[in-house]
Design a binder for this molecule. Structure first.
Ligand SMILES: Nc1ncnc2c1ncn2[C@@H]1O[C@H](COP(=O)(O)OP(=O)(O)O)[C@@H](O)[C@H]1O
Ligand SMILES: [Mg+2]
Length: 386
């Protein structure tokens, strides 16, 4: 059980995690979404048998290594103490290039372990390459790249890198020289400037540490460029899904399995599972929530605009934590998530929220609606405006 806070009668409120869950956290800006996500992470990181990973576009979670000194008196009232948790900060690319040495030193002083994160080119499907470069399968360049990647997959499985793709392109007699040159330029730029591709095969699941909040700093990648944030998340999600599904089979056969269950949290989720738009991480995340439950994959997704999140993902969420919302269109979007077992529509409960950190909790497993005051954080929250 995950301790979350108190209801209006002062009873403790828990989230049942005996099965895999898909949790939606919503609410307007500054209503407590990232804070609540941090509360869940604090509870989960105490477990021995789960990996805790957070995709962090806003850089809100590295501060979890520090104790929450600012709200110590509030913690005291709850009978809790300020305390940091182990944090590993995974940086797409080279941490020294991304942050500089001084910043890395400062992180280390706070007990944050900084590690590079690189993805395997062989883990990106042909369609993913086209989307990355904004190419269509109907264009000659799109066809050429698709075919080159497909051949690499056929020959080497997942064990190929950017130079092998370039070699394939050069050997393809059907591609015009100008297209070859244009594609090589893009691939080389990708490899050198983005600096997110691995040059030897890495088991991604091994870069995550147990009993640690594994924070993926997606903030180092610019939002507008080439869907790189989506790419990184997509590759990780696919890798974890595969590994965990295989581990589950081994467990069922009584064999040892190394890959634990996973709780993946995504802040600003609309960027990765947008409704009515394509995004590289969308399909793997839909698979995660639809087929990942049985093998032990859970999701927490936070967003200011639930209406901007893909319907398939929303419909899979079995627990909603909704903080204060005021914009009529957001209230409408949330109200659509009302269920038959509820005495009133969701918008009725939303009106009862007053204080910071208060949320309506709709639990499909228990078929209950509760107004909960989320407990204060033991570790420092990083999203506060200063
Ligand atoms: N449960 C809570 N208890 C105490 N303070 C909270 C709680 N939830 C949120 N806050 C306060 O509200 C601020 C905004 O919360 P935050 O999670 O950053 O908002 P957002 O919804 O934009 O992610 C935080 O900096 C924190 O001070
Ligand atoms: Mg936030």
């Amino acid at each position: 059980m995950i301790f979350l806070g108190q209801d209006s009668e002062g009873e403790q409120v828990y989230l049942d995690d005996s099965r895999s869950r898909a949790v939606l956290i919503c609410g307007k800006r500054g209503s407590g979404k990232s804070y609540t996500m941090g509360v869940l992470l604090e509870e989960l990181v105490q477990r021995d048998d789960v990996l805790v990973i957070v995709a962090d576009p806003m850089r809100n979670f590295h501060t979890m290594s520090l104790p929450n000194r600012e709200q110590e008196s509030m913690l005291w009232k709850w009978g809790l103490a300020a305390k940091g948790v182990p944090v590993r900060l995974l940086v797409p690319g080279d941490p020294v290039n991304r942050y500089g040495r001084e910043v890395i030193k400062a992180f280390e002083k706070r007990g944050v372990q900084v590690e590079p994160l690189r993805i395997n080119p062989g883990d990106i499907v042909p369609d993913g390459w086209l989307e990355l470069f904004g190419l269509e399968i109907t264009q000659p360049m799109g066809i050429a790249l698709y075919r080159a990647v497909q051949r690499c997959h056929q020959q080497n499985g997942v064990h190929f890198f950017v130079p092998e793709i370039i070699e394939r392109l050069q050997k393809d007699p059907q591609v015009k020289e100008t297209s070859v040159q244009a594609l090589i330029l893009r691939l080389e730029t990708a490899a050198n400037e983005w600096d997110i591709f691995s040059s030897r095969y890495l088991e991604l699941s091994e870069v995550f540490a147990p009993k640690t909040v594994n924070v993926i700093d997606l903030g180092v990648l610019e939002i507008s460029r080439f869907g790189l944030r989506n790419l990184v998340l997509a590759v990780i999600v696919r890798d974890l899904f595969r590994k965990r599904r295989d581990a589950r089979l081994r467990e069922e056969l009584g064999l040892p399995a190394e890959m634990p269950k996973v709780w993946l949290a995504i802040d600003e989720g609309q960027e990765f599972v947008p409704s009515g738009k394509s995004a590289l991480a969308k399909e793997p995340l839909i698979q995660w929530v639809k087929e990942g439950r049985q093998p032990g994959l859970s999701l927490i997704i936070a967003s200011q605009q639930p209406g901007a999140i893909d319907r398939e993902v929303l419909s899979q969420c079995d627990l909603i934590l909704c903080h204060k919302v005021t914009a009529a269109e957001d209230v409408d979007a949330i109200n659509k998530l009302s269920h038959d077992y509820m005495a009133h529509e969701l918008k009725h409960y939303l009106r009862q929220l007053n204080r910071t950190g208060e949320a309506v909790m709709v639990d499909d497993f228990r078929e209950t609606v509760t107004i909960v005051q989320v407990r204060p954080r033991k570790s420092q929250h990083g999203g506060a405006e200063r």
